[in-house]
Design a protein around this ligand. Sequence first.
Ligand SMILES: [Zn+2]
Length: 214
Amino acid sequence: MPVLMVALASVCCDAVAASPDFQVEERNVLETSSLTATQGQHALTLTLANIGGWNDAEIAAAVNTAAGILAQCGVRLTEAELLRIRVPGSHRDFDTPRSRELARALPLRKPAIYFAAGTRQRPAFEAEAIGRGNSRTRPELTDTVWIIHGARDPGIALAHELAHVLMDSGEHDNTPGNLMAEDTTPHNTRLTAAQCARITTTGSRNGLLRPGVD
Ligand SMILES: [Zn+2]
């Protein structure tokens, strides 16, 4: 699938360079084939924060896959802004106290996906989602997803974690083929009507989805 990066030179970067430790080095609009989809009543805008040295094509591929999966619920990715953020080495991994510092110093439009180098969390998950229900002690991280470089099937993992955020639920469904099975595999991509309803209803109520303009 064609993946194209379009640089918006004029908007980079001082306005969001809130901290000398955390600098937005580059800001692009990500254009993927999923953005040209015309189906979907629920518009999703994503902020993609590259803090872990991912390359743009890896991010674009993951986002494209995730958008394709969420499309079955009528969710349409309408905009994706890709920020390359320079952070100290100590902040390249997902690590609750340090990640909170980053998110506080450089607030991003939500939902925000952080493409991290690794994780210092234990247990060490390849991807994690922080919704409303599990952010009380870390409010800066509300409505964010953290995914580590080298995660298996990053597009599927991203769709799974985004679904957790949109549903504001940590529930799993181990029915074969379901996206919300605990194990992320290329075969687990389907969402039930009830899961889609929760994604669109809760996601809209929490301001993460907007009415589409078909
Ligand atoms: Zn999960």
